[in-house]
Design a protein around this ligand. Structure first.
Ligand code: KIV
Length: 276
């Protein structure tokens, strides 16, 4: 019954939630990237990336929108299906787009679609206290969940831009408490975006589940970046936490390998990629 899963990588078994938890336990950094198609998924997988996210960032980097708001569930399913075909070892997470989890039943229906039609192994939703009931409901139905805290790009119009979150001590404390509540409700991973180093460290220390950071400093359990940012495909200004890995490398494959190595040996993120 389990042969197919076992055969996906006889030499290196596929990453699952237990692998990620054990990496946190052993303080082994988790290297994560976004992907949107099968060819890059294959390359990303081949360099030892542990987790791949089909992010709603595809609205910006693939579709050319200014925000992630226009992305639909069908868009994510389409790209997740393509990425799934390219992966052998990495753990596949798919984003729940804007307004696809307004209530528990809608969230469950869309999460099931991402898993059954897209092939995702976990869904990610941007959530704080108002999503606790939804996370609890999904967890009760055995849906693996990554909860996204800090800067939540789907709320960009509400918060007035892509800004660092949690600089104010009250807001930082609230974020740490929310992360604990999300974990207790059943979140298996917390993703933290654009927060000061101390907030990244405090959330990571207070949770048993892995914390993946993007602009959350060095003291988290893993790092994630948007694929196009590290391959220098993004035109114009990139966020402070981005590092372009193309210089000194002759191909995207070499740059991806350098990214995974830099996460594993903790040379990324450096102080210039962090917020205080
Ligand atoms: O959509 C996305 O790619 C994300 C990353 C910024 C982590 O959520």
């Amino acid at each position: 019954m389990y042969t197919q899963l076992q055969q996906r990588g006889m030499a290196e078994p596929p990453v699952n939630i237990a692998t990620l938890r054990s990496m946190k336990g052993k303080a082994e950094p988790i290297a994560c990237l976004t992907a949107y198609d099968a060819s890059y998924a294959m390359l990303i997988d081949s360099v030892g990336t542990d987790l791949v996210l089909v992010g709603d960032s595809l609205g910006m980097v693939i579709q050319g929108h200014d925000t992630t708001v226009p992305v639909t569930v069908d868009d994510i399913i389409y790209h997740t299906r393509n990425v799934a075909r390219g992966l052998r070892r990495a753990f596949l997470v798919a984003d729940m787009p804007f307004m696809s989890y307004r209530n528990s039943d809608q969230a469950l229906e869309n999460a099931v679609a991402l898993m059954q039609e897209g092939g995702a192994m976990m869904i990610k939703l941007e959530g704080g206290d108002s999503q606790i009931d939804i996370v609890e409901y999904l967890a009760r139905h055995d849906i693996p969940i990554c909860a996204h805290l800090g800067l939540k790009p789907q709320s960009v119009h509400k918060i007035g831009g892509f800004k660092v979150q949690g600089r104010d001590p009250e807001q930082a404390k609230h974020m740490i408490d929310s992360a604990k509540r999300l974990q207790n409700a059943g979140a298996d991973i917390v993703l933290l975006e654009c927060v000061p180093n101390e907030v990244g460290a405090a959330v990571t220390k207070s949770l048993e589940v892995p914390v993946i950071g993007i602009g959350a400093g060095p003291d988290v359990d893993g790092q994630i970046l948007v694929l196009y940012d590290i391959l220098d495909i993004t035109i114009g200004r990139t966020p402070r936490f981005v590092r372009n890995f193309m210089p000194g490398h002759n191909s995207p494959g070499e740059a991806l390998h350098a990214y995974v190595s830099a996460v594993k040996d903790r040379s990324y993120p450096a102080p210039e990629h962090c917020f205080s």
